[in-house]
Ligand binder design. Structure first.
Ligand SMILES: *Cc1c(COP(=O)(O)O)cnc(C)c1O
Length: 406
C-alpha cells in the first residue's frame, strides 16, 4: 500500500455508508447501541497478522503487545493469530491468561513492576523482562516462594536510539531497561540468584515508518546481544527486538514497507542458527497489528458557525481518543484521517470538536469533509491502537465509549 491508496480508504456502499465488516456503519452502530464507540474489524485484524506472520520465517516469533489495545475480545482474537502476548501490567496479564495463551509465550515488560506484579508473573510462569537490580531481588524471593525459578530476560537500554521514531524508547538516559554498560553486573546477579535466564529484550522506539531505520536498529540489537555471549548464565533462547513498526496517519505519510524488515529478520534468523543455536528472535508489535483495523465513531450533536468557520460538535472527543486530538506525545498536531458517514452532497471545510470545555478537544482542524448535520456519524480512522485505553476517560465525566469487534 502507498500514499495514493491510503489504508483508511474503507469501502462504502452506494449511499456513502462506510462498510464495517461488510455492513453499513449506521446499522453497525445501531446494533452496538450508542455513540461514541470504537469498532474493530475482525477481518482487518486477521488479514494484517496473517500477512505478517506469513512473511516471517518460523524461527521469528510474532507477539502482540497488548497495551496498544487491551480490549479482552480483541486480545482473544489476536491470541489465535500470533505466537505470544506481551503485557505491561498485572491487569493485562489477567486478560492475556484468559485468552488461553500458554504462559510460556507471555512476556512482561515495564519500568515499574510492583513486588505484587512480579510475584504474580513468577507464579504464572511467564517471562519477565528485567529492568532493574531491584527486580532481581524480588524475583529471587518470588522464585523461592513458588518453588520455581523466575524466567527472565534482560531489557537493555541501548547505547543508541531508533532513528526517525515517533517515540524513542532507548538511547541516552531512560527509565526503560538497564543501561547496556550495566548488563554484565545484572547477568552476574541473575546467575547468583538462580533465576532462569532466557535472553534479551531491546526496544529502540515506536511509530517508525522507515524500514531502513528499523532494519539498522534490529541488526545492531542482534550484534549487541552477541557481545555478551561469554557472560551468560544460560544460553540465549529468546532475543526480543521489540515493536515499533509504524502506520501512516496522514496523506503525506507513506505506509511502512515491511518487506525489507522481514527480509532482514530472515537474514538474522539464519545467522541465529549458527550464533545462538536453539534461540528464537521475537518481535512484539502493537500499533502495526491493530491500529489500522479500528475506527472511532461519534455523532454530530450540533453544527455551528463561528467567524466564518464551520464547527461540527460531536458526542466524542479527546476523553476517548487523546491521540486523535494530537495530545498523545505528538510534537506537531496533525489531523487523523476523519470522514463523515453517508452522503448529503457537497463538501466543506469544517472543524470537528468534542463536547469538552477545552480547545484541546479537537478531532479535525479545518478539514475538507462531506457536509454533515446533527445526527450524522463522524469516523476517525487508524484508531485501533492507543485509542480508548490511552485516553483520559474520566475527564468531564461523559459516558464511556463502547467497544465492539465487528
Ligand atoms: C509499547 C510496547 C510495544 C509495542 O510498541 P508498538 O510501537 O505499538 O509496536 C512493544 N514492546 C514494549 C515493551 C512496549 O512497551
Amino acid at each position: 500500500m502507498n500514499a495514493s491508496t491510503p489504508s483508511w480508504d474503507w469501502p462504502r456502499d452506494t449511499t456513502g455508508e462506510i462498510l464495517v465488516g461488510g455492513q453499513p456503519l449506521t446499522r453497525v452502530v445501531n446494533a452496538v447501541g450508542s455513540t461514541p464507540c470504537y469498532l474493530y474489524d475482525r477481518q482487518r485484524l486477521t488479514a494484517r497478522a496473517q500477512a505478517l506472520r506469513a512473511s516471517l520465517p518460523k524461527a521469528v516469533l510474532l507477539h502482540y503487545a497488548m497495551k496498544a489495545n487491551p480490549m479482552p475480545a480483541l486480545v482473544g482474537h489476536m491470541a489465535r493469530l500470533v505466537d505470544g502476548l506481551d503485557v505491561a501490567s498485572a491487569g493485562e496479564l489477567r486478560v492475556a491468561l484468559d485468552t488461553g495463551m500458554a504462559p510460556e509465550h507471555i512476556s512482561f515488560a515495564g519500568p515499574g513492576k510492583s513486588d505484587g506484579e512480579l510475584q504474580q508473573a513468577v507464579a504464572a510462569g511467564i517471562l519477565v523482562n528485567v529492568e532493574s537490580f531491584r527486580e532481581i531481588k524480588v524475583l529471587a524471593e518470588a522464585s523461592q516462594r513458588n518453588g520455581v525459578p523466575a524466567r527472565v530476560a534482560v531489557r537493555v537500554n541501548l547505547p543508541f536510539e531508533l532513528k526517525a521514531s515517533g517515540m524513542k524508547m532507548s538511547g541516552g538516559a531512560r527509565q526503560f531497561g538497564v543501561d547496556a554498560e550495566c548488563v554484565p553486573d545484572l547477568l552476574r546477579d541473575i546467575a547468583g540468584a538462580g533465576l532462569a535466564f532466557e535472553g534479551f529484550h531491546m526496544f529502540a522506539g515506536s511509530q517508525n515508518l522507515r524500514h531502513a531505520a528499523i532494519v539498522e536498529a534490529q541488526t545492531k540489537c542482534y550484534e549487541q546481544a552477541l557481545e555478551w555471549q561469554d557472560l551468560l548464565p544460560a544460553p540465549i533462547r529468546s532475543l526480543n527486538l521489540g515493536g515499533g513498526f509504524g502506520i501512516p496517519y496522514s496523506p503525506g505519510e507513506a505506509a511502512l514497507d515491511a518487506m525489507p524488515v522481514t527480509d532482514n529478520l530472515a537474514a538474522l534468523s539464519d545467522r541465529l542458527v549458527r550464533d545462538l543455536p536453539g534461540a528464537h528472535i521475537v518481535i512484539e508489535l502493537g500499533r502495526y497489528l491493530v491500529g489500522e483495523a479500528g475506527i472511532y465513531v461519534s455523532r454530530v450533536i450540533d453544527r455551528k458557525r463561528s467567524r466564518g468557520q464551520v464547527f461540527l460538535v460531536v458526542d466524542g472527543g479527546m476523553h476517548h481518543h487523546l491521540a486523535a486530538s494530537g495530545n498523545f506525545g505528538q510534537v506537531i498536531r496533525r489531523n487523523y484521517p476523519v470522514a463523515v458517514n453517508g452522503r448529503r452532497g457537497g463538501t466543506e471545510t469544517a472543524n470537528v470538536v468534542g463536547p469538552l470545555c477545552t480547545p484541546l478537544d479537537l478531532l479535525a482542524d479545518r478539514m475538507e469533509l462531506d457536509v454533515a448535520e446533527p445526527g450524522d456519524l463522524v469516523v476517525v480512522f487508524q484508531s485501533g491502537a492507543y485509542g480508548r485505553s490511552a485516553s483520559p476517560r474520566g475527564f468531564l465525566s461523559h459516558p464511556e465509549a463502547v467497544e465492539a469487534l465487528v
